[in-house]
Ligand binder design. Structure first.
Ligand code: S3P
Length: 170
């Protein structure tokens, strides 16, 4: 069984949907943000504050290369910026089936209003403008990396898990 990879903008529910998929399929769930925090022994906001965004992006690429070598049969939830680097998109194609969890701007903004301080790409910015700007820059890249696109609408994680499994015949 190939890995099942979840990508999408911050706030689209990747972690919760990964958990629902894990419960429904029995596959192990891994989360790239959690793995980086564990390895670095610090929060992502701390990594951005002391080392900067590029250093974090290098950690993401290094982690993807490692997963490409040693990970099978897992559900992998990606940090929202992972597909931005071309090299990462190339690795993702080899790593497994990529599901883009596509969400409307309004849904994302509503969900992101809480917890901005944990998200260094958003903190210190006007939330609406920043989400629009990042979405505009990323939407095509998410689609380019994806094998399937799921419009999440207002569905809950269990429903989305079911929709993904149906679409992929799992
Ligand atoms: C980021 C998304 C975050 C985390 C980091 C950068 C981004 O993950 O990787 O703060 O650039 O979109 P979530 O999508 O899980 O919030």
């Amino acid at each position: 069984m190939k890995n099942l990879i979840l990508e999408g903008f911050m706030g689209c529910g990747k972690s919760r949907i990964a958990k629902a998929l894990g419960d429904d399929t029995g596959m192990k769930v891994i989360d790239t943000d959690e793995l980086i925090e564990k390895e670095q022994k610090r929060a992502i906001s701390g990594i951005f504050a002391s080392d900067g965004e590029e250093a974090f992006r290098d950690m993401e690429t290094a982690l993807l290369r490692k997963l490409q070598n040693d990970t099978k049969n897992c559900i992998i939830s990606l940090g929202g910026g992972m597909p931005v680097r071309e090299e990462n998109r190339r690795i993702l194609k080899d790593l497994g089936t990529v599901v883009y969890l596509k969400a409307d701007r309004e849904v994302l903004i509503g969900r992101l209003e809480r917890g901005v301080e944990k998200r260094p790409m958003l903190s210190g910015h006007d939330l609406e403008k920043r989400v629009e700007e990042l979405l505009a820059a990323r939407q095509d890249l998410y689609a380019d990396a994806a094998d399937i696109i799921i419009d999440i609408g207002e569905d809950d994680p269990d429903t989305i898990s079911l929709r993904i499994r149906k679409e992929l015949g799992l």
